[in-house]
Design a protein around this ligand. Structure first.
Ligand code: HEM
Length: 252
């Protein structure tokens, strides 16, 4: 924490997001935008006259590679929650009794135009980040399953090809969407079981789209009403407040 006054106001600058937290945040952001873009291209490909089998496969492949970037970044962020600075730790992310109790007073202070100041996440922030994590983990799990069943990609692709290959066929020679060398009964069963994972993947994609819109709107609104430079803090790692935050102790 630095005591240097900024301009003529008694502002204080506080260290909040450490470098790995910022890197994970922006890698997640970029990969999620790419995933939404290629995911909705897959969904609406026919409306966009993308008809060929190769184009469909290429879209799924690019989407899956973006998915691996997200999965790696999510895994890194999960681990960082055990070793990062006070604001990166899981105890500063997940809602707890105290944060749930102060939810109404926090919202009330925001509505009254005199918001309670936090360096880290406020009670609403904890809830929304936790919900976003749950949605992203669901999306990562269902995406990895669909990558295995749809294009035989890791980590489950080898399991799927070993199961659907016709007797005497080397599973590693199977090509996605080509039913020539598969056991028809097993292939039909695999297709039946992959449907619910695809449905969850699609519903969560729409929910995430809405959540991301809300997240961006709320940080912009919060920065306008409350100040503190919360958007630039995700680049610089520091927040600037004109009065001591209620979680000052955690920031020391
Ligand atoms: C923020 C994360 C993600 C979003 C928003 C997202 C979004 C989508 C959407 C909208 C679709 C089209 C669904 C449909 O056609 O019914 C899709 C399909 C697909 N996704 Fe994702 N996805 C995400 C993460 C992942 C991950 C992590 C992977 C795997 C590494 C993955 C693999 C796939 C595959 C293989 C398909 C094609 C499945 C099919 O044709 O139904 N996705 N995704």
């Amino acid at each position: 924490m630095s005591d240097k006054p900024i301009a003529d106001k008694p502002l204080k600058s506080y260290a909040v997001w450490d470098a790995p937290t910022r890197v994970f945040h922006w890698v997640n952001f970029v990969s999620i935008i790419a995933l939404l873009f290629f995911g909705f291209l897959i969904l609406y490909r026919k409306d966009l006259s993308i008809m060929s089998g190769e184009a469909k496969l290429a879209l799924k492949t690019v989407h899956t590679w973006a998915g691996y970037v997200l999965v790696t970044s999510l895994a890194g962020r999960i681990l960082w929650g055990f070793v990062g600075n006070a604001h990166a730790r899981w105890r500063a992310v997940l809602p707890n009794k105290r944060s749930l109790k102060s939810l109404t007073s926090d919202l009330g202070s925001f509505k009254a135009g005199d918001p309670i100041k936090y360096i880290g996440r406020g009670p609403m922030g904890r809830l929304s980040v936790t919900l976003m994590f749950i949605l992203l983990l669901t999306q990562a799990a269902t995406g990895l399953i669909r990558a295995g069943t749809d294009i035989y990609y890791p980590p489950f692709g080898w399991l799927v090809t070993s199961y659907v290959a016709a007797p005497g066929v080397d599973p590693s020679t199977l090509m996605p969407e080509d039913e020539t060398y598969v056991d028809p009964e097993r292939y039909a069963l695999m297709k039946k079981y992959k449907i619910p994972f695809g449905n969850i993947h699609l519903y969560v994609a729409w929910t995430l789209l809405a959540m991301i819109g809300l997240h961006i709107a709320s940080v912009v609104l919060k920065d306008m009403r409350q100040g503190g430079g919360i958007i630039s803090a995700m680049f610089t790692g520091r927040k600037v407040l004109e009065r001591p935050p209620v979680d000052e102790k955690e920031a020391e």
